[in-house]
Design a protein around this ligand. Structure first.
Ligand SMILES: O=P(O)(O)OC[C@@H](O)[C@@H](O)c1c[nH]c2ccccc12
Length: 277
């Protein structure tokens, strides 16, 4: 049987060769269930890990682009159980490590243990819960660990003296949030980012990823000098909105074209952090 869970994530991120690892974020069911399935399966061919958002109506930390993606999925009838079923379908055809991205409320509604069990059963490998503060995460981390799942903590430029304890608790990888505020494409990053990421790397037993605003090949080239992985959400999800528009206009050819362009763009990003040899 193939290794799953935190070990699978770690292996994938460590076996990336001379390249910064690429982690795309998409919402389950965006722009609809079939496109979402195809998108994840295509991304899996050149991604090191995939982060799959569970659509949620009150996503505090999501910027407008990710929120809209979540809404498209909800409108199409996506739910937590359906998202898990979608992950199971994806798992049947690919080995790529999968992170479930969700918020505290849906986790509590589902039941912490039930959720971990379900994640494990569908072949997910880890979890990110952005609104669960480290200080309140012991129970969830403990149960995730029982099921072999990675618990990926978020660290912000404002984490300061909490960096040590948060980073040292990371399994799978540690997620450095590049900027304050919500998710969304950005043109440039804080001057403090490199030092911050290096400080997290000092304390983290696992690879360190940078996300929030990463949207262009040149960002990834720059980040590849000091990060182990990059996470790209809004730049991809924005293109899902275009697919949705084309579908609303019954232009399935255009939708397909935008889908192909999205995959090509993601592939370019995945290769942008290759170090020259
Ligand atoms: O969209 P961006 O700026 O590329 O950022 C990644 C991001 O989408 C994904 O990791 C994410 C989606 N929603 C979040 C909420 C909090 C932290 C992270 C996230």
């Amino acid at each position: 049987m193939t290794t799953r869970g935190k070990v699978a994530i770690l292996r994938s991120l460590q076996n990336r060769g001379d390249r910064v690892a690429f982690i795309p974020f998409v919402s389950a069911g965006d722009p609809n269930e079939e496109y979402s399935y195809q998108l994840i399966v295509e991304l899996a061919q050149f991604s090191d890990v995939i982060e799959i958002g569970i659509p949620y109506s009150d996503p505090l930390a999501d910027g407008p682009v990710i929120q809209a993606g979540s809404l498209r999925a909800l409108k199409g009838g996506m739910s937590f159980p359906k998202a898990l079923a979608l992950i199971a379908r994806v798992r049947a055809v690919t080995d790529v490590p999968i992170i479930v991205f969700t918020y505290v409320n849906p986790v509590l509604q589902f039941g912490i243990e039930e959720l971990m069990k379900a994640c494990n059963e569908v072949g997910a490998d880890g979890l990110i819960i952005p609104d669960l503060p480290y200080e309140e995460s012991a129970e969830v981390r403990g149960i995730a660990d029982q099921y072999g799942l990675a618990f990926i903590p978020l660290l912000a430029l404002t984490s300061h003296d909490r960096i040590k304890k948060i980073a040292s608790s990371a399994t799978g990888f540690a997620y450095c949030v590049s900027s304050l505020g919500v998710t969304g494409e950005r043109s440039a990053f804080s001057d403090e980012l490199e030092q911050f990421v290096l400080a997290v790397k000092e304390e983290s037993p696992v690879p360190v990823a940078v996300g929030f605003g990463v949207s262009r090949p040149e960002h990834i080239r720059t980040l590849s000098a000091y990060a182990d992985a990059v996470i790209v959400g809004s730049a991809l999800v924005r293109r899902c909105a275009d697919i949705d528009q084309a579908l609303l206009q019954h232009d399935s050819e255009l939708a397909k074209q935008i889908f192909n362009d999205l995959i090509a763009f993601a592939r370019t990003l995945s290769l942008a952090g290759t170090h020259a040899v």
